[in-house]
Design a protein around this ligand. Structure first.
Ligand code: ARG
Length: 482
């Protein structure tokens, strides 16, 4: 028990009690339990950036002297180089990134360092740091989402006339262009990017100036700090500013949706790669062998991505549950926002990067061309599209054009498919006379309508799979992503 009044800087170490108010220091277990420095130190750049903007404003408002601001700038430059060089001594005793940096600043520049925290609390400081850090990550994610879309568009451009069976219920439904199939994912990732940019607007708001919870007695110029930090607005209620983490929850929800889209694509890649489909191959560097079965090449990367989707959705559950029922204003619960948020960002970024490369390939510096993306087996896709009566709907549509009501046409075709199934042949392999027995209006041009190309070309409406439509979409995406 310490009885003498501490004379040195309290932030040097919490090996002693927090302040004169406390009769004993924290136990080691509690220190480890409550500290966050070993994960929140990754926000150090945001922390320094926020502190410099705050100090600049304090000096402009004459709350601290210009010399103090200059000293703070100098100290922060030194701290930056120490952290970058890996020589900065992160201390568990100092709990978090904020106290670690502030203590080092004070040891470097003395009283100016102690003045930095004027009109500020760690509560508005941490809310600011998380927002600044997340804003930067959202920008990186947006770029990666574009890259993935580009990869998909590049592969699509080469495969407009490649036909595969489209499925519903994973049963052969109607033939589609492989490019059309890939562009479905481009649409999903485009929406994911839009969602990220929308979340960014609400992330990019400044809570600094809320202080601990009620605002501050100093004449802060919060708009000035927001401008310095490139933030689009200033939080309008101090209690809300320090406490809500809805922006992190929203981000994790957007990330979860994006991972759900990745998981759908993963599942298709896995199916397409299986020997029973043989539609595509992915480059060896994205697959692994088996320790026992020498013939195996396993799609570990898409499988892991499918699995990691659970992890990101789990983080969403963690964050949203963390916020539930918290009274105003700041509560330490919120320190638990960081690990799920960080892991969501890491998982999403790695996944997007690896998918862009696995699908579209990598630039070979020697040729300047992309290599090593997925390989498409057009013959196997076509053979699969020819199985399962994928053009049965086209026969029904043909009969409708001959005047039959659609429901009757549907029934007529069901009989034709039944006969073809019995004979073990495709509809196009039934002789014209046998088809005419189902409906006398059927003529020789039916075979064109029943061909895979005929089926695709017939779906020539906006958003349809006709190659002409797919080319229009490709041109739009190409221009958008240029
Ligand atoms: N490390 C803390 C966090 O992540 C910083 C805020 C601490 N504030 C407090 N009043 N204990 O939330």
């Amino acid at each position: 028990m310490s009885t003498s009044a501490p004379s040195h800087n309290q932030l040097d170490s919490k090996a002693e009690a927090w302040s004169a108010l406390f009769s004993e220091p924290m136990s080691d277990l509690v220190k480890r339990y409550t500290s966050s420095v070993f994960f929140d130190k990754r926000m150090w750049q945001a922390d320094i950036q926020g502190s410099l903007a705050h100090a600049e404003m304090l000096s402009a408002q004459k709350i601290i002297a210009a010399e103090d601001f200059a000293a703070i700038q100098k100290g922060m430059a030194q701290i930056t180089s120490e952290i970058e060089a890996g020589t900065f001594d992160w201390k568990l005793d100092l709990e978090d990134v904020h106290l670690n940096i502030e203590a080092r600043l004070t040891s470097l520049v003395g009283d100016a360092g102690k003045r930095l925290h004027t009109g500020r609390s760690r509560n508005d400081q941490v809310a600011t740091d998380v927002r600044l850090w997340l804003r930067g990550e959202i920008d990186l994610i947006e770029g990666l989402l574009k890259e993935l879309q580009r990869s998909l568009v590049e592969v699509a451009e080469k495969n407009v006339d490649v036909i595969l069976p489209g499925f519903t219920h994973l049963q052969v439904a109607q033939p589609v262009s492989f490019a059309h199939h890939l562009l479905a994912y481009v649409e999903m990732f485009k929406r994911d990017a839009e969602r990220m940019l929308d979340v960014r607007k609400r992330v990019n708001v400044l809570p600094l100036g809320s202080a601990a919870l009620a605002g501050t007695t100093y004449p802060l110029d919060r708009e000035r700090v927001a401008k310095t930090l490139g933030m689009e607005g200033v939080s309008q209620n101090s209690l809300d500013g320090v406490s809500d983490r809805d922006f992190a929850i929203e981000f994790t929800a957007a990330a979860s949706l994006c991972m759900v889209h990745v998981s759908r694509l993963s599942e298709e890649l896995i199916i397409w790669m299986s020997q029973n489909f043989g539609f595509i191959k992915i480059a060896d560097r994205f697959t692994t062998g088996s320790s026992i079965m020498p013939q195996k090449k396993n799609p570990d990367v898409p499988e892991l991505a499918r699995g990691k989707t659970g992890r990101v959705v789990g983080h969403l559950m963690g964050l949203i549950t963390l916020m539930k029922g918290q009274p105003l204003a700041y509560n330490k619960d919120n320190q638990e926002d960081k690990e799920p948020l960080f892991d969501t960002v890491d998982t999403l970024k790695d996944t997007l990067r690896i998918f862009a490369e696995m699908i579209g390939g990598q630039i070979n510096p020697a040729t300047g061309k992309k290599e090593g993306g997925i390989t498409v087996n057009a013959e196997n896709m076509r053979a699969a599209a020819l199985k399962g009566y994928a053009t049965a709907t086209d026969l029904a549509d043909y009969l409708v054009k001959k005047g039959l009501p659609f429901r009757d046409a549907h029934e007529t075709v069901a009989h034709a498919v039944k006969l073809a199934t019995l004979k073990g042949v495709d509809l196009t392999e039934l002789p014209l006379a046998e088809l005419q027995a189902f409906n006398p209006n059927i003529e020789a041009d039916v075979f064109e309508a029943l061909s895979l190309e005929g089926s695709l070309n017939a779906r020539n409406t906006l958003g349809g799979t006709a190659p002409a439509q797919v080319r229009i979409q490709l041109a739009k995406h190409h221009a958008r992503l240029a």
